[in-house]
Design a binder for this molecule. Structure first.
Ligand SMILES: *Cc1c(COP(=O)(O)O)cnc(C)c1O
Length: 358
């Protein structure tokens, strides 16, 4: 049975990436050792990390004045590291509140004494749409924006106009749609959604924003950048897996091509949901995510029945996040169109059968 994994993360890897990992495991580049066993100070690994950095720079068109860091601790640790490194002038950040992950970013910043002002929120709309935000003066060290809201199913395709530095948590739509890096002072993303496996977090940060004060070494962007992300042992295998994913994305034709495919995939599911009498996606159409699509029937027992039947068919992990319930299909880059078609076919069949019975 073909299994399609709709998990929000850790998520599917591209098939060619898995095949390459399998081939490389016994002996990486004829070294007689796996990637997991080689020294991070070896020439072999130097090439792995250099390639990954160069490919990411090329794919996202990252200008030379931005540093690329390969870190650990997940996107969650960056909720702390970002205010430590960047909130040095006002010790005050603005938060665009679009749901769970943006709230978490604010909470962690407050814990280290950074003042956090919610400058826009769509809480009153149950986060089913994105809030409007613009400003024309610089009063915050940065404005924090979650570009894609993994749980709620919204995404910014147009960025707010701000005189402040914009920082983007791109964890769940990193490399899935095009953004202009120069619109941001910093971008960060956990790898396990769209870039590979857990254990790696990417930070892309403009170099003039960092190095303002001494910090604990493992949280100091400037020091980490000076040491090419190898202040200590880096997550060697996760960086290698990310490198393979980046090569795969280049083969596909880059982010523009990937976005086209992701739009086709998400349209396939949204169009089905919008004409369905049983299923609903509650998100304002202009604000819908390409990568995370929540939907509901409005009946918890029916949801459970559906999730179980889907799983029997190899359509796994469509259970919604506990905060919003229902179902959620995550259509990251590695999810092929065939998987989305299999899901909509199944939903259509389930709906028809149910309507017949009632
Ligand atoms: C998953 C996720 C996180 C948390 O990522 P970790 O790497 O598990 O810390 C943060 N922000 C967003 C938008 C996410 O989707």
């Amino acid at each position: 049975m073909t299994v399609y994994n709709f998990s929000a993360g850790p998520a599917m890897l591209p098939k060619p990436v898995l095949a390459q990992i399998k081939e490389d495991i016994p002996s990486f580049q004829n070294s007689g050792m796996s990637v997991m066993e080689i020294s991070h100070r070896s020439d072999l690994f130097d090439n792995v990390i250099a390639d990954a950095k160069n490919d990411l720079r090329e794919l996202m068109n990252i200008p030379d004045n931005y540093k690329i860091l390969f870190l650990q601790g997940g996107a969650t640790l960056q909720f702390t590291a970002l205010p430590m490194n960047l909130a040095t002038q006002y010790n005050h950040i603005g938060l665009i509140d679009t749901g769970h992950w943006s709230t978490r970013a604010g909470e962690e910043a407050e814990k280290i004494g950074t003042e956090v002002t919610t400058v826009a929120t769509s809480k009153n709309n149950d986060y089913h749409q994105l809030p409007e935000y613009t400003d024309d003066d610089n009063r915050y060290d940065y404005i924090h924006l979650t570009t894609n809201n993994t749980i709620e199913g919204t995404a910014f395709s147009k960025l707010p106009k701000t005189k402040n530095v914009l920082v983007g948590d791109m964890s769940s739509n990193f490399l899935a749609q095009q953004y202009n890096v120069e619109d941001f002072g910093a971008i960060y993303a956990g790898a396990q959604k769209n870039l590979g496996i857990a254990g790696l977090t990417v930070v892309i940060v403009r170099e003039d924003l960092i190095g303002k004060k001494p910090l604990p070494s493992m949280l100091d962007y400037q020091l980490l950048a000076n040491k090419n992300s190898m202040l200590n042992t880096p997550p060697v295998f996760a960086i290698y897996a990310a490198g393979l994913t980046l090569k795969w994305l280049k083969d596909i034709g880059g982010i523009a091509e990937m976005e086209k495919i992701n739009r086709q995939k998400s349209n396939q599911l949204y169009q089905f949901l919008d004409q369905s009498k049983m299923f609903n996606n509650l998100i304002k159409p202009a604000d819908r995510s390409l990568t995370n699509i929540p939907f509901v029937t409005g009946n918890k027992e029916l949801d459970q029945e559906l999730i179980a039947q889907a799983s029997d068919r190899g359509l796994v992990n469509i259970k919604g996040h506990r905060l919003v319930g229902g179902m959620r299909a995550s259509l990251y880059n590695a999810m092929p169109m065939e998987g989305v078609v299999a899901l909509t076919d199944f939903l259509e069949e389930f709906e028809a059968k149910h309507l017949e019975e009632n």
